[in-house]
Each structure stands twice: as C-alpha cells, then as structure tokens.
Ligand binder design. Structure first.
Ligand code: FAD
Ligand code: NAD
Length: 509
C-alpha cells in the first residue's frame, strides 16, 4: 500500500519540479502529483469525454482540439485527449500546448523518451489517426538517410555460422576501438538482441532464433578490426536452416535517441545502508545479458506503481571506493550497484525501498553523454557534487586516478546539507590520505554549530577559493552533478570565473 500524502507532494526541490537536462519544471498545484494522476486514472472517470469509445481521428479533427480546455495530441499514430492531464504535467501546460492539435511525436521523443506515455495516458486514449500524419517511423529510415550517403562504407553488417554445438553471430562494426562497453547483448526465450554502440548511433541485430539456446553465451571482441562475435550454445544439437525470424528493428542503424529503451529484469541481491537515508542497492544482471555501464552514464529503473509504469534514472557506481590505483577497478560484469537516497515522500524511492532481496526490477541499457576522451591528457580534475550527485563521480575518479598519467590534482568539492548526509566520507578521507593527487572538501549548507569546515551553497566566491589549477593554463575539466538549480548555478559561476564550455561537463538525464 502506498502512503503518499497528496498535499506534501511534490515538495519544493522535488524531481517533479526540477527537470533533468536543465529544463525547469513548473510548480504543480497541491494534489497534482504523479500519484494523484494515477489515482484519477483509476477512479473510473471518463477522461476522454467519449465514454470509452475509440474513434478514428482525421488530421482536421485533431487540429480542432488545440486549446487548453480541449487539447488532443497525437503520439506515434495514437491520439490522446490530454486536457485532464494539463495540470499534472511536470513540464507545465505551456510545454504540453506546444503539441496541441498536432503530432507531438518528435517533441515527445526529445523530452520524454523514457516516460511510458502509453501507460500514463492510457485512460486518455481517443483513438487512432485515420491516416498516418507522421513521416515514416524513425525505425524505417534507411542508413543512408540517417548517416548520409558517404557513411555507407562504415555501416555495420552481420553474418552467422554454426557447429554442432554453437551458433556464432558475427557483427562487423567497421569501427576501431570496439570494446565491451559498446556491446549490449540480451538473449532470452529465443529472442536475440545484440546492440552495438557507434558514437551517437546504434546498430541492432534482433532475431527470433530458429531454435532454443542456453541462457549463457560468450561475447568476443576483436578491438582493432571492430569484429564482435556472439557465441550462443545450442540446446538441441541439430543443424539450423536459418538464424531466425528478423524482428522489427533487425539490421538497422539508428540514432540512439531514436531507439526505444530496452529493459531486462535484474534481481536485487543486497541492500546496505550508506547513511541515514541512502542505501547501496546491488542488482544482478541475468546470465542472458552482456552489459557494462560506462563512466558517467545512467540507467533507467522501471517499476509498476499502483498499476502505472514509472521510470527514473540512476547512475551506477562501484561497490566501494578503490584505494589502489594501479589499474581501474574492474567489475565482474554481473552486478550493477546503485546508491539511492530514499525520500520520505518519494514515489519511486519508497517503492524501491520496499523491494525484498530476490525481487526483480527492470533495468534499461545505459545512456549518457560523457566521453572518456574528455579526461585524456588532463592535468586537473575538479568534481563538484551535491548529495547523490556524487554517484557519477565515483567511476570517473577511479578511472582518472588509474589511467590518466599526467593528472596532478583531483579535487572533489562535495556539497551536502548536514555532516551525516555525506556519502562515503571515511572512504573519501582515506583516499585523500593514500593518494596525494586527491583532495576532498566538504561544504555544508545546514551545518551543526560545531562544524569546523566550510559552510554555504555553491557560489563564484566559494569556487574561486576552492579550485586552484596546479599550474597556469593546465588542462582542466570540471564535472558537476546535483539538484538542477545547483548544476545550473554551478555552470553559471564557472562561466563567470572564465572557464570555457569545453572545460565543464554537467551530468544530467
Ligand atoms: P519524487 O517523487 O520525484 O519526489 C518526491 C519527494 O522526494 C519530494 O516531495 C521531496 O520530498 C523528495 N525529493 C526528491 N528530490 C529531491 C531533492 N533533489 N531534494 C530534496 N528533496 C527531494 N538519485 C539517487 O538517489 N541516486 C542516483 O544515482 C541518481 N542518479 C540520477 C541520474 C540522473 C541522470 C538523474 C536525472 C537523476 C538521478 N537521481 C538519482 C534522482 C532520481 O532519478 C529520482 O529523481 C529520485 O530518486 C527521486 O525519485 P522519487 O520518485 O522517489 O521522488
Ligand atoms: P540535497 O537536497 O541533500 O542537497 C545537497 C546539496 O545540494 C545542498 O546541501 C546544497 O548545497 C545543494 N543544493 C540543493 N538545492 C540547491 C539549490 N536550489 N541551489 C543551490 N544548491 C542547492 O540533495 P539530494 O537530495 O541528494 O539530491 C541530489 C540531486 O542530484 C537530485 O536532484 C538528483 O536528481 C541529482 N542527481 C543527478 C544525477 C545525474 O544527473 N547524473 C545523478 C545523481 C543525482
């Protein structure tokens, strides 16, 4: 049973008010939270005004419903009456009105790709468009359209062969420097899905296999030539005539933002306390998944809450802060660790906290725009983290200290409310003792009287005092992550202090 007081939700500073990626969400009226919306959709009220009928909608008809008090929007060929949803939209009415009476698919994909609107708006479904108002679905774009004709030679291809026991699917990515983080494979219930990340595009092999295979498989990568082999074990040792039936997105090369998020079920294997309100969750990937989350990338977790799919992003980190930096700490590839703050009024985190060991949760493939090349040849790295904004800093810190030879200083400036909110304080202090390149500074916004350290919130004065280059004109990167207002103010302060855009990176969704 969910116990969410409607009046307290969402509170100022909530994720429902501050959007990812720097968009500001508008304050919602009391009683207009996501939970309130879910309640309304379950109330049996006629939200479309059509008494449950589904109709075919012409373009002219769609265009007529373009007012706040009568607003229809088409998303991927389905038309929704979003009038009752207006006041519940975290982005505000004006944002929703941009698509009023039109096809909002593109707008939706830009801003809400990870939100399951089919589930959120199912009670608002008016019907289908009578004829297709949108251009060909993005999945149908040819690779020439996506990349331009000159890219033809670099388009991946695939082949397969078999022995008595094995099926080997070979993907020729034609990209040097291929590595395990760029290959995501899932193979369950005869469905093989092999995705290769090629910068901001992805190539997909997606087949309903001809016969059953065992759960575990191997992935071999020839880095230099960019060849990826997925080696499946046959269940029955018979000869296959074909690899299988191609699925909808099979053999396509698309922009990553144009692919739907793919989820697999992961098991909760442990949950340990980090602070009074933050826990370290360890999830186990299925044997039938090959996935590694790169530095600075997040995954989306999906849960059904009160019958509605709810999705939130979280940033995987390491199980602890390694103190030895001869090599970056390498994970086993079977587990994903997430450090998550449980908010007393949080819709998603309350449900997460109620998960029992052994329970399943859906975890998406990773996303994010941080590139390891941003750290190459770096001399000074400054990490500005607030609260759980610390999470993307962990793998980054580990990688930089182990791999970047010319690195002289890494400084974490860690903003928290109170001293008992500080995550992994002991580990950070130990690391600072062990590695002279690393320094940590804690800054509290609501300290107790006896706090001896710095106080306050992010400001230009504070940053200029705390951030000193190791030498004039050193190659520097400043990474920032925390509540949206913190990140926005931080970026502004850095600009005011004369840092260039290339010298800053903000972690956002
Ligand atoms: P909501 O329903 O959104 O909010 C409900 C209540 O929670 C509010 O009323 C308020 O009391 C409280 N609350 C929510 N946010 C704040 C806040 N910033 N300050 C004060 N109170 C707040 N979170 C993690 O814990 N670990 C991560 O690794 C992590 N990674 C993220 C990565 C990305 C790219 C992004 C955009 C966010 C990340 N978050 C992370 C935040 C996470 O996605 C959720 O927003 C968060 O868990 C709150 O979800 P909720 O549904 O429980 O709370
Ligand atoms: P919190 O509320 O405990 O605040 C921590 C510190 O952030 C405060 O002490 C203060 O110094 C600063 N801060 C908070 N609100 C501010 C404001 N309005 N202006 C300036 N500074 C402010 O933080 P929390 O509850 O741990 O929240 C962490 C945030 O980090 C969440 O919003 C979460 O979404 C975000 N996050 C983002 C990513 C990502 O984008 N990759 C990853 C992890 C967490």
């Amino acid at each position: 049973m969910l116990n969410v007081p409607p009046q307290a939700f969402p509170a100022p500073g909530s994720q429902q008010r501050a959007a990812a990626g720097g968009r500001i969400k508008v304050p919602l009226k009391p009683g207009r939270s996501l939970m309130d919306w879910i309640r309304l959709t379950k109330s049996g009220k006629d939200l479309t005004g059509l008494k449950g009928r589904l109709i075919e909608v012409s373009e002219d008809e769609l265009a007529k419903h373009n007012k706040k008090e009568d607003c229809w929007i088409c998303i991927r060929g389905l038309v929704y009456n979003v009038t009752p949803y207006m006041e519940y939209h975290p982005g505000g009415e004006d944002e929703l009105m941009k698509a009023a009476g039109t096809d909002g698919t593109d707008l939706f994909d830009q801003v809400h790709r990870w939100v399951n609107y089919e589930s959120m708006l199912k009670e608002c479904l008016v019907g289908r468009m009578a004829f297709k108002p949108i251009a060909a679905p993005k999945g149908m774009l040819s690779e020439r359209e996506v990349l331009g004709a000159s890219a033809r030679d670099t388009t991946p291809s695939y082949d397969w062969f078999q022995t008595d026991d094995l099926i080997t699917v070979v993907i020729y990515t034609k990209q040097k420097g291929m590595n395990a983080e760029l290959v995501i494979v899932d193979c369950q219930h005869k469905r093989l899905r092999g995705e290769i990340i090629l910068d901001d595009h992805s190539y997909l092999v997606e087949v309903d296999l001809d016969h059953e295979v065992q759960d575990d498989f191997a992935v071999n990568i020839a880095e230099k030539v960019g060849k990826v082999e997925i080696i499946l074990k046959k269940k029955d040792h018979i000869q296959w005539k074909v690899l299988g039936l191609p699925l909808e997105s099979h053999n396509t090369l698309l922009r990553r933002t144009e692919r739907g998020l793919f989820y697999r079920k992961c098991k909760l294997v442990s949950k340990t306390e980090v602070t009074h309100d933050t826990k370290l969750f360890c999830f186990m990937l299925p044997k039938s998944t090959h996935l590694q989350v790169p530095i600075g990338q997040h995954v989306y977790l999906k849960q059904i809450i009160a019958g509605t799919e709810v999705v939130k992003p979280y940033t995987p980190l390491l199980p602890f802060l390694p103190l030895d930096f001869k090599e970056p700490f390498s994970q086993d590839g079977a587990h994903i660790y997430l450090m998550i703050k449980i908010y007393s009024c949080g819709l998603f985190t309350q449900a997460l906290d109620h998960l029992q060991i052994g329970d399943d949760i859906s975890v998406s493939s990773p996303e994010g725009n941080f590139k390891k090349s941003q750290v190459e040849a770096l001399e000074d790295l400054f990490l500005l983290a607030a609260g759980t904004g610390f999470t993307p800093m962990v793998k980054l810190l580990n990688f930089a200290l182990a791999k970047v030879d010319c690195l002289r200083t890494v400084k974490l400036i860690f903003f928290n409310k109170k001293d008992d909110d500080i995550l992994w304080r002991n580990q950070l202090e130990q690391l600072a003792l062990k590695d002279e390149r690393f320094e940590v500074q804690f800054i509290l916004s609501e300290p107790a009287e006896d706090w001896m350290g710095k106080r306050g919130k992010i400001s230009s004065a504070l940053l200029s005092e705390c951030m000193k280059r190791s030498k004039k004109d050193s190659k520097v990167l400043i990474c920032i992550c925390g509540p949206t207002p913190f990140t926005q103010q931080g970026l502004q302060c850095l600009e005011d202090l004369g840092y260039s855009q290339e010298e800053m990176h903000a972690f956002t969704a």
